[in-house]
Design a protein around this ligand. Structure first.
Ligand code: NAP
Length: 316
């Protein structure tokens, strides 16, 4: 049986849940299809579920744990009537209104919606090492802006050779004693200007042609094992932090072919949160590859709910 909804929000990170708070308070009775736990990089609550302490979310003088913050967002939206479905959207059809959304593999759509907010976020690409997931938030990080502060006076390693890796490394020089960039080739992919900045920074050194083969440490990162791909030689480098900066991937698979995407796969938005389909709005990291902060995602979730409210009113 297909259930008709006014507003369906897909995704439950800071963007989706902020949209839910605003939409619920606007009496739009939103349904949040929040995802379901499937892997460490893909779960309800988004990327903050993978962090430990957050010190830069305004309003929390002493910081707050990522999962605790997301639980508060979720409860706050529920308080105003947002409903949740712990599942993944498997298919959408956005050519006609009401929009149709499927959960599971049935023929009939599970929901129709007058408006849809896409807040499915992005995930950091990871190295795929077994210790990586265990030590995420305990020395392994994917966000220097979020976690750099915790590594004051430590030796830090950054993996990757693109702009993100160099940007993270440069930022980390404010805190770390040393920053080592590990790259699998002997040439960087990053822009020349970033390369020049990194080469000029006294705290940064490079390990070329090297792969991370293991991360050591029981409760926190203690050292990282590297293999030189040209010689096969392995060595162990003591570090307190390992920042993985090998790129991000927006979670757009289910919307491809339905919404216009940027060349890099992120959803294209037009002035605020409108997408190429009228009545479908996108917010948070799924449409932002620039700022990627919980607070900016939450801000754009708020914008999406207001955009939806105005759009539904204008259409009525
Ligand atoms: P990216 O350009 O795709 O670079 C990813 C880097 O990670 C590459 O050097 C790649 O190596 C390496 N890599 C990928 N998979 C790996 C693996 N499994 N193990 C080890 N290394 C791996 O990604 P990005 O740096 O996140 O940048 C994405 C886009 O955002 C780019 O267009 C970038 O210019 C832009 N950006 C701009 C700025 C800025 O201008 N300030 C800042 C951040 C990002 P290879 O080089 O060998 O492929």
């Amino acid at each position: 049986m297909t259930e008709a909804r006014k507003v369906v929000i897909v995704g439950s990170g800071p963007a989706g849940l902020t949209a839910a708070i605003y939409a619920a308070r606007a009496q739009l009775e939103p349904l949040v299809i929040e995802g379901e736990p499937s892997s460490t990089s893909d779960q309800p609550g988004g990327q903050l579920m993978l962090t430990t302490e957050i010190e830069n979310f305004p309003g929390f003088v002493d910081g707050i744990m990522g999962p605790e913050l997301m639980a508060s967002f979720r409860a706050q939206a529920a308080r105003f009537g947002a409903e949740y479905l712990t599942a993944k959207v498997s298919r959408v059809e956005l050519e006609e209104r009401p929009f149709r959304l499927w959960v599971g593999d049935g023929d009939e759509p599970t929901y129709t919606a007058e408006a849809v907010i896409v807040a499915t976020g992005a995930r950091s690409l990871m190295l795929g090492l077994p210790e990586e997931a265990r030590l995420l938030g305990h020395g392994v990080s994917t966000c220097a802006t979020c976690d750099g502060f915790f590594f004051r006076d430590q030796d830090i390693m950054v993996v990757g050779g693109g702009d993100s890796a160099l940007e993270e490394a440069l930022f980390l020089t404010r805190f770390g004693r040393t920053v080592t960039i590990v790259h699998r080739r002997d040439q960087l992919r990053a822009s020349k200007v970033m390369q020049e900045r990194a080469f000029a920074n006294e705290k940064i050194t490079f390990r070329w042609n090297s792969l991370v083969t293991a991360i050591n440490g029981e409760s926190k990162v203690e050292s990282v094992q590297l293999r030189d791909v040209t010689t096969g030689a392995e060595d162990t480098v003591p570090v307190g932090g390992l920042f993985v900066a090998i790129g991000h991937e927006p979670n757009t698979a289910v919307f491809s072919g339905q919404l216009e995407l940027e060349d890099n796969g992120y959803i294209r938005t037009f002035g605020g949160t409108r997408t190429s389909v009228e009545g479908v709005f996108a917010c948070g990291d799924v449409q932002d590859h620039e700022y990627r902060q919980a607070i900016t995602a939450a801000g754009s979730g708020c914008m999406a709910a207001i955009d939806v409210e105005r759009w539904l009113e204008a259409k009525a």
